[in-house]
Design a protein around this ligand. Structure first.
Ligand code: PHE
Length: 453
């Protein structure tokens, strides 16, 4: 067997193209869709934000996702190895930025996912249905004030992520995604259907889909673009790493498009499930990060079979977070396995533990550390999330777009995409978008942020 063939087998491959798409969609669909998208949409005024967000997905998100998949499959390496082998020199830093961003995001991601696990536990115990709806939001405040509970659930979630990543590409990641993703989708469709027909349904649809452009300021645009990258798992090499496990016959443009479509549908469905409830109960759509943990449980407390629905919803939120969490850990683990030649168990356990420790200040940010504010009056968790989604991911996305558009030659890019008898008629469109449009848009938003534009 030639050595490149051996290397491929040792690193692992998806056992099917369906598995690859499910795993990539699993990475994309996460807390970003179900927890974050609805609340930032609420804070930025609804319709106009949603439309601008969809534009970001189309002209920046899909092109960069395809770019990452191409880089990954072409090199069959982790982000650092990929940039090193394609160009090296300063470009290796882009790979490093990705690995570091994975580290940072997973650290606080586990804390928020831990809240979801706690809520699953509460739902299973029937806590929501045993009390008056008006007192349900207080459960969230109690959780945020309890450092110990948050650390406990953060540890439980991290242990699950580590357990799956230990299983490797096809037996761990792929299997987990193939089970969890379809169930997630079904339940969300059901909950969205329930929302549309509830009394607040029409107001919610109006809020989500009829744009009021006066509400779209530059900061909202920055937030929409950052969210598009975050939600599609772009800008840090997660899709690059997953692409590196894809077989030669996989149609990458179709995969990138399908994954982006699924991701956007889940985000919109989450909005359609949540906002009707917000309006039915006369609550504020701009409720902030507590939206999913305060408003939804209120309706569960009054619905027939509410405990069951609550348990299903939070189980699925946990699934969504898990399938994303494993992709974040996989990026870092793949670096240590490929470049440092660590065994998968050693890399997974050690890195998992380190990331858990880095997440501790996030878990304590509403309790022990509540009086310390970091970026712009935000607590630690909100600051690190702001830093990752508004600086690290856009910067990573910008550099990946510039690399794919300007450094990677057309010959390499096109022949990688068109391997296995794939014909990509939109190649010129993609190339134009990734060479000019994506970098310029990301750069404008970025310069505005640092006050230069
Ligand atoms: N896309 C994930 C979500 O929406 C988060 C994520 C970001 C995962 C970057 C991997 C890489 O929750």
């Amino acid at each position: 067997m030639p050595s490149s063939e051996q290397n491929k087998q040792k690193r692992g491959l998806w056992s099917s193209r369906f598995g690859f798409v499910m795993a990539s969609a699993g990475s994309a669909v996460g807390l970003g869709n179900i927890w974050k998208f609805p609340y930032i949409t609420g804070m930025h005024g609804g319709g106009a934000f949603v439309l601008f967000y969809i534009c970001c997905i189309l002209i920046v998100g899909i092109p960069i996702m395809l770019g990452e998949m191409v880089l990954g499959r072409h090199t069959r390496k982790n982000p650092v190895g990929a940039f090193k082998s394609l160009k090296g020199g300063p470009w290796t830093v882009v790979g490093w930025l990705g690995v570091i961003t994975g580290f940072v995001i997973l650290s606080y991601y586990c804390v928020v996912a831990g809240w979801a696990v706690d809520y699953l536990w509460l739902a299973l115990r029937g806590t929501f249905t045993s009390q008056h709806a008006a007192t349900v939001p207080e459960l969230f405040t109690e959780l945020l004030l309890s450092d110990l509970s948050q650390l406990f659930w953060q540890a439980v979630f991290m242990a699950a992520v580590i357990g799956i990543v230990l299983g490797g590409v096809s037996k761990g990641l792929e299997r987990a995604n193939k089970v969890m993703m379809p169930i997630l989708f079904l339940i969300l469709v059901f909950l969205a259907g329930y929302g549309v027909f509830s009394p607040g349904g029409p107001a919610a649809l109006r809020f989500l889909f009829s744009p009021d452009w006066s509400k779209l300021d530059p900061l909202s645009m920055l937030e929409a673009l950052g969210q598009a990258l975050f939600s599609l798992s772009l800008g840090m090499g997660a899709m690059l790493t997953y692409g590196s496990y894809a077989d030669e016959k996989t149609n990458l443009p179709t995969a990138a498009f399908t994954v982006s479509l699924m991701d956007s549908c889940v985000a919109l469905l989450a909005g359609i499930a949540i906002f009707p409830i917000v309006f039915t109960y006369g609550m504020q759509p701009a409720g902030g990060p507590g939206l999913v943990f305060k408003t939804l449980p209120m309706v569960f407390s009054q619905m027939p079979a509410g405990s069951l629905f609550a348990a299903l919803f939070f189980l699925l939120l946990v699934f969504a977070a898990l399938t994303s969490g494993i992709s974040l850990l996989e990026v870092v683990v793949s670096y240590y396995c490929d470049e440092q030649k660590w065994s998968r168990p050693k890399a997974t356990l050690l890195i998992g533990l380190l990331i858990f420790l880095l997440g501790v200040p996030s878990a304590l940010s509403n309790g022990l550390l509540k009086d310390i504010s970091f970026i712009g009056n935000r607590n630690f968790l909100d600051s690190i999330d702001f830093l990752a989604s508004n600086y690290l991911l856009p910067l990573g996305g910008l550099l990946i777009a510039v690399f794919t558009g300007w450094v990677l030659t057309t010959r390499v890019a096109r022949s990688e995409i068109e391997k296995g008898a794939v014909r990509f008629h939109f190649y010129p469109v993609w190339h134009f978008l990734i060479k000019y449009i994506a970098p310029v848009l990301v750069a404008i938003v970025f310069l505005h942020l640092i006050g230069l534009f």
